[in-house]
Design a protein around this ligand. Structure first.
Ligand SMILES: [Zn+2]
Length: 203
């Protein structure tokens, strides 16, 4: 059975979330209690979570713009504990059907899609996972609002998925760019809601 709700956890990795992370998003610590609520709620209710995460090579060209961050295998690339369930295996093509079945059957709560670019949909497996899960609604949270959250939400809407951005569980870097990104996501048909509203709507 296709899940009614899918949670999509964007890049809640130590380099972005921790105050002393290599590419710390200002104020990211303030959303941690909501991230924890969402993660725990999903575990209790059997709502699957797809997480994305940067996994860069040590000399990734992206570092020219953003500086070095989330190098694969380093602590900075690890998910923070608030959004990490006991099992959060990284997806590769050979295990994709098995992982999707695990998410649908409730034996696996969370999977990780590793990416090298801002937009998770540059990884073709992202689209494949969605096509197999067929969620009725995708709830998106994480960082950073005007970069990877924006790309995720616009990508979901382009592919026809209903999406809600959980506005008190996201954080941007620049306030003006963040506001602009929120407008753009709304215009693309995404809803905005707070964590508590989402959790009570999902009962
Ligand atoms: Zn990156």
């Amino acid at each position: 059975m296709a899940p009614n709700a899918l949670f999509w956890d964007v890049d809640t990795q130590q380099d972005f979330m921790d105050e002393d992370g290599r590419l710390a998003v200002p104020g990211a610590q303030e959303i941690v209690p909501n991230l924890e609520k969402l993660t725990n709620f999903a575990a209790e209710r059997g709502i699957p979570i797809v997480a994305s995460g940067d996994a860069h090579a040590p000399d990734d060209p992206e570092f020219e713009e953003f500086g070095r961050h989330c190098v694969a295998g380093t602590l900075g690339a690890e998910k923070i504990s608030a959004t990490r369930q006991e099992k959060c295996p990284a997806l590769d093509r050979s295990v994709l059907p098995e992982f999707v079945n695990g998410l649908m059957g409730g034996t696996l709560g969370q999977i990780l899609i590793q990416k090298q670019e801002l937009d998770v949909f540059t990884v073709p497996m992202a689209e494949e996972v969605l096509a197999r899960l067929k969620p009725e609604h995708v709830y998106v949270y994480g960082v950073a609002t005007e970069y990877c959250v924006r790309a995720t939400v616009l990508g979901l809407r382009e592919r026809g998925y209903e999406a809600t951005v959980i506005r008190d569980a996201i954080r941007g870097i620049d306030p003006d760019d963040t506001a602009e990104a929120l407008e753009e996501m709304k215009e693309a048909g995404a809803d905005l809601a707070d964590t508590d509203e989402v959790l009570s709507a999902l009962g």
